[in-house]
Design a protein around this ligand. Structure first.
Ligand code: X5A
Ligand code: ZN
Length: 694
């Protein structure tokens, strides 16, 4: 089947036509405007126009019964005919939810929206998409409404995908700030659905206050290991904390699982300013969370709205998610100072709880010198943003008004040219790329620049190839070209030239990812503007430098699971924290990396540097052009399928490397150590409210 393209947006204004009809402080946040404001923001930013608009439909009884009991369905069916008093009484048997004469209709549309999205993604009429729905779903259970949820939209969507589309394995990522206990209950003993959730927990002091939301609820029977809970035991979690959980928990497990479909319980109450979550992650983090999931399951990703109660934060987060689904480059992540102590404790605990189920975690925490406990500990009272102010900056009890200032939606301008190819003349260009011949007479200015850099020697062909690279890099810097694949006679020289050229500007930082052996240009080692990560098979000399990271894997790049572990657990954390303005991906001849893994690498690295990736390969490697160009053009990497166990030697080497580097690169940390940090997750509201610098 041809590569699916396009992003579906499933929305119907009808789902805003129900609301709370009585006083209930627990439910007053769940307002119709959540939906209309999210959709309006997509319209205003020109995003709805770029999506494929897919109509909603009502779910059938049979579909509702995929996750609910007949008795419950029959009871909900009566609600449209109930008096206000009867509705209130009916509502009272459930926790933190309300009914309305029109909610049953909307709840059927919400499921139908999720199913329409699954249909469109599974048949390949779109690549991915978002369903904007009300009511949300992830708290609702077999025979119970709960937490604003009537039917479990995503749980039903997962069952539906299995039943009607022959999907074997579904990954559900629940990034809502609440625990989707309804989803957990639905799939607890089912190994075909991997459920991941992070959630505000505070040692069971936060709603829904369940023991089974903790990290040690791993699933039951055959489903043991397929339920992954990351409890947040403090509020104020930041971008670093979220990314650390993705790098060290979710992504390794998800890649090992190898899903055929990814469903996202896309709640945005986990973003800054939310009155429920009290977290500090910024809306642009959802660009990255989305991007990091887009190369699983061959890109088949369906996001379904759950929570999100600060209207401006919600709208921005929705836009960031959709921009990424559409393929626009993610903004550079801001100020990643590494996970806080409390997050590290949670990460450590969940990795320990799951080490017996997942090869990628087998050696987790082996190097730990002490056992932190997250249980039975007094709740740390962090600074709460919204203790005496609500999210709209209204008057507080003290009578003072605090304005919560939101940065404008980060502008994400995609360059006019996505992918430039610099190829030898005989080589044919890939569709959709702009071709820059490597043979054409080079720009004299560029030649001049090269000779100033001492490159006047060398044969004419390689000089020409190099000179043709320079205008491309300049165009990348000017945001006219997003990324580039260049085939050059000698990757070493070309790489050195690019680094030199890129470093001429003070603000430029280059992440060099060197795949395979071959002479490393010595001038790019050990400087804070160039981070060099070397993925190779030969035992490499560790210079004990922060900026030269040799990752030597036995069997080289043929240990797919080991390589993925290096990519997810070392390279990406390093890259995100280094925050380059350019990624230079170099493949030396005979690097011997499997195409599918190479594609994952190429795709995932595009989350950095606003997608400014320059790939250098040796002239003769023409067979890899189309696979590489496809990734640079924004197509998802093909699924690797379930991964086996990485070679033990490689796991151990990666653990050792992580431990050596984590004093400096804090995103590599996977475990708490009281001695390492003084203030656990300390923050002041003001420092968290600064707009991210662009
Ligand atoms: C979908 C969702 C939250 C319910 C909170 C009740 N529900 N206190 O975010
Ligand atoms: Zn929520």
């Amino acid at each position: 089947m041809a590569q699916a393209t396009g992003t579906a947006l499933v929305y119907d204004e009808q789902m805003s036509r129900y609301k709370l009809l009585w006083l209930d402080p627990a439910c007053e946040l769940e307002v119709p405007e959540r939906l209309t404001v999210s959709y309006e923001a997509l319209v205003q930013n020109g995003l709805s126009g770029r999506c494929v608009s897919v109509p909603v439909r009502e779910a059938t009884d049979a579909e509702i019964l995929l996750a609910h009991s007949e008795e419950y369905l029959e009871a909900v069916k009566k609600t449209p005919y109930m008096s206000l008093e009867d509705l209130m009484t009916f509502t009272q048997q459930y926790g933190d939810v309300y009914f309305h004469p029109n909610i049953y209709h909307c709840a059927k549309l919400a499921i139908g929206a999720a199913l329409q999205l699954v249909d469109n993604v599974m048949t390949g009429s779109v690549r991915n998409g978002l369903a904007l729905v009300r009511p949300p779903g992830h708290h609702s259970q077999h025979s119970a409404a709960n937490g604003f949820c009537v039917f479990n939209n995503v749980a039903i969507a997962a069952q539906y995908a299995k039943k009607y589309h022959g999907v074997k394995k579904v990954l559900i990522v629940d990034w809502d700030v609440h625990h989707g206990q309804g989803v957990q209950y639905c799939f607890e003993d089912d190994p075909s659905v991997l459920y991941f959730s992070w959630h505000r927990y505070e040692h069971q002091n936060f709603w829904p206050n369940l023991k089974e939301s903790d990290h040690d609820s791993v699933g039951k029977g055959k489903g043991a290991g397929f339920n992954v809970n990351v409890p947040w035991n403090q509020v104020g979690m930041e971008n670093s904390d979220y990314l650390a959980v993705f790098f060290h928990v979710l992504l390794p497990v998800a890649y090992e699982f190898g899903p055929d479909l990814v469903l996202v319980c896309a709640g945005f109450d986990s973003a800054i300013g939310d009155p429920e979550g009290h977290m500090c992650a910024t809306p642009d983090i959802f660009a990255h969370l989305t991007h990091l999931l887009m190369n699983l399951a061959g890109g088949k990703l369906c996001a379904v709205l759950e929570g999100g109660y600060n209207l401006s934060s919600l709208a921005q987060s929705v836009c960031q998610t959709v921009l990424t689904l559409l393929g626009d480059p993610a903004p550079r992540p801001t100020e990643l100072h590494g996970p806080c102590e409390s997050a590290l404790e949670s990460i450590h605990c969940v990795r320990s709880s799951h080490k017996q189920y997942w090869s990628c975690l087998k050696h987790a925490a082996d190097m730990l010198s002490y056992e932190p406990s997250t249980k039975h500990r007094k709740v740390m009272e962090g600074a709460l943003i919204s203790q005496n102010q609500d999210e709209q900056g209204q008057k507080t009890e003290e009578g003072s008004t605090t304005e919560l200032v939101f940065p404008e939606l980060l502008q994400r301008v995609a360059p006019a040219v996505r992918t430039a190819l610099v190829l030898p003349d005989a080589v044919e260009c890939t569709d959709g790329c702009a071709h820059f011949s490597a043979k054409k007479a080079p720009d004299p200015l560029a030649l001049n620049r090269l000779s100033m850099n001492g490159k006047e020697s060398g044969d004419e062909a390689s000089l020409t190839a190099l000179a043709n690279l320079i205008p491309v890099i300049e165009k990348m810097e000017k945001n006219e070209i997003q990324n580039c694949l260049a085939l050059v006679p000698d990757v070493s020289t070309a790489a050195a030239t690019v680094v030199q050229q890129a470093n001429t500007s003070l603000t430029k930082r280059v992440l060099v990812v060197w795949v395979g052996e071959g002479p490393l240009p010595t001038q790019m080692m050990g400087d804070e503007k160039t981070l060099l990560v070397h993925l190779g098979s030969k035992e490499q000399e560790d210079l004990n430098s922060k900026y030269y990271v040799p990752i030597s894997l036995k069997k080289g790049c043929r240990d797919t699971a080991g390589l993925l572990q290096a990519l997810l657990g070392v390279l990406l954390p390093l890259g995100f924290q280094f925050n380059p303005s350019l990624v230079l991906l170099v493949r030396t001849p005979g690097g011997n990396v499997a195409t599918a893994v190479w594609q994952q690498l190429t795709c995932l690295l595009q989350g950095l540097a606003q997608g400014r990736t320059l790939v250098l390969m040796q002239e003769k490697e023409t067979s890899s052009i189309s696979a590489t160009a496809s990734c640079l053009l924004g197509n998802p990497a093909p699924s690797l399928g379930p991964l086996g166990a990485p070679m033990p030697d490689n796991v151990e080497a990666l653990e050792r490397l992580g431990h050596r580097l984590q004093a400096h690169w804090k995103l590599l940390q996977t475990t708490a150590a009281a001695s390492r940090r003084s203030a656990p997750c300390g923050y002041t509201p003001s420092s968290r409210m600064k707009p991210p610098s662009v």
